[in-house]
Each structure stands twice: as structure tokens, then as C-alpha cells.
Design a protein. Structure first.
Length: 258
């Protein structure tokens, strides 16, 4: 285990990839050789495949998650998916504020906060994604951007609810680009985020918070990233579409707990 017994969390964000057949064989392959309970493993398939993936995953030691949700209850919100619908599909976790939703779709900090609170209220694990763009990084704004997104994302979230929160630090410039933050740079950002959680809540909440890294994590760099004291796992995009790579990253998490 890590110094403070945080259980590693490794999520596979499939984004807008796969078709029904590919999603089905990918989950079969992921479940097939998964034999750990020392890491929380989650997959985030596209909405339309959730029900089938969850049926296959039931009984396996794997969480099934959604890539987004809407924050209101069922009603007139064309095109959106409620947390009740997600739970009806046996979903137990949801991503909020992924950088593609912030920067491509245009979600605001306020909307991300509403979604995060709705996920928590529904009993879902909210993986709140934060991170700076390349311009912001070059401007020395990494910590300030993370702070703004976390303070806004967690506004109104009580300390008692934090057990349902994971923070994913995903520098936008590292997502899908093959560029990874160095372990030291990522560790610095994670440590600053952990200090922020201590100042927003308290030391106990900070020690318990899982902060995971995302952005071109792959088998070749997962171990050195997860070996950092404040990096508690990963949120994986491209490498999660290959079961063997995803397994290798999960194994890197397992080895941190040995
Ligand atoms: P890549 O691993 O493809 O860089 O994607 C990371 C990500 O955005 C996970 O949510």
C-alpha cells in the first residue's frame, strides 16, 4: 500500500471508441485475466454499450463507469443521461469535467460542479478531472488552474462525501499526444493538489484522497509515475483500448501495494 494506505485506482476511459463487437471483446479480454483486488479497476465505455458491459462485468472485480452524466433528474433534457439511468445500467462511477468536455464541448466549472454533486448524491464515485492546457503550463499556471478547477468542482461537497471522490490530474497537453508529464512534474502537481485538499478540508481528508494521473500513461511509464508518493493510479485513454496494455498498467498499480 502507499504510505497512507490509499488503494490505487486505475480507470480505462474508452472515450468515443469501439463498436458493439469491439466493446464486447475488449471487456471480455479485460475481465479475462484480471485477478487483483488490491487495485480498484474501472472501465468507462460509451453510454450505448454500458448495459452490456455491466452485465458482462457483474461478478468480476471491476467497476463500470460513464464518461459523463447530466445533473438533473429525469425530464426534458434531450440527449442527456441522468444518474438514475446510469444506476439502472449498474454503473457505479462517472467522470466529471474531463478535459475534452471542458475544452471541446465547453463545459464550465459550474456545470462540472453540478455534475459532480449529482454523481455523489446518487452514490456514484465521481472522478473529477482537472488539468492545465499547454499555454497555461507555459505561463506557470498549472497549480492555479488545478486549484480553480478543484475549488469550483468540489464547491458544496462535504468532507463526509469525499469517499466518493477521486481527483484525476490530466494535463491537457499530455492527453492523446504521447507526451507524458515527467514523474517529478506530475508528483509536484499532485502534491500541491493534496495540500489544497488539506486546506479546503483537513489533513485526514487530504491523506485519504486518491489523486490519479492521466495523459499518455502506458505500460512503459506507469510504474515510475505510480511510484511517486502522491500518484495513486491512472486514468488511461489510448492504452485502455488494448487489454494487454491496460493489464500491464493495472499490474504497475498492484506492484505499488506489495
Ligand atoms: P490518453 O491516455 O490517450 O492520453 O488519454 C488520457 C485521458 O484523457 C484519460 O481520460
Amino acid at each position: 500500500m502507499t504510505q497512507t494506505n490509499r488503494k490505487p485506482f486505475v480507470g480505462g476511459n474508452w472515450k468515443m471508441n469501439t463498436d458493439a463487437a469491439a466493446a464486447s471483446s475488449l471487456i471480455d479480454a479485460v475481465i479475462g485475466s484480471l485477478n487483483t483486488d488490491s487495485v480498484d479497476v474501472a472501465v468507462y465505455p460509451p453510454f450505448v454499450y454500458l448495459r452490456e458491459i455491466a452485465a458482462k462485468a457483474s461478478g468480476a472485480n471491476i467497476l463500470v463507469g460513464a464518461q459523463d452524466c447530466w445533473h438533473e433528474g429525469n425530464g426534458a433534457f434531450t440527449g442527456e443521461i441522468s444518474t438514475d439511468m446510469l444506476k439502472d445500467c449498474s454503473v457505479s462511477t462517472v467522470l466529471t469535467g474531463h478535459s475534452e468536455r471542458r475544452h471541446v464541448i465547453g463545459e464550465s466549472d459550474e456545470l462540472v460542479n453540478l455534475k459532480t454533486k449529482a454523481a455523489i448524491a446518487a452514490g456514484l464515485i465521481a472522478v473529477l478531472c482537472v488539468g492545465e492546457t499547454l499555454d497555461q503550463r507555459d505561463d506557470g499556471q498549472t497549480d492555479a488552474v488545478n486549484e480553480t478547477q478543484i475549488r469550483a468542482g468540489l464547491a458544496g461537497v462535504s468532507k463526509e462525501s469525499l469517499g466518493l471522490v477521486v481527483i484525476a490530474y490530466e494535463p491537457v497537453w499530455a492527453i492523446g499526444t504521447g507526451k507524458t508529464a515527467t514523474p517529478e512534474d506530475a508528483q509536484n502537481a499532485h502534491r500541491t493538489i493534496r495540500e489544497l485538499i488539506a486546506s479546503m478540508y483537513d489533513q485526514q481528508a487530504s491523506d485519504a484522497m486518491r489523486i490519479i494521473y492521466g495523459g499518455s500513461m502506458k505500460p512503459g511509464n506507469a510504474s515510475e509515475l505510480m511510484a511517486m508518493p502522491d500518484i495513486d493510479g491512472g486514468l488511461i485513454g489510448g492504452a485502455a483500448l488494448k487489454a494487454a496494455d491496460f493489464h500491464a498498467i493495472i499490474d504497475a498499480g498492484v506492484s505499488q501495494t506489495a
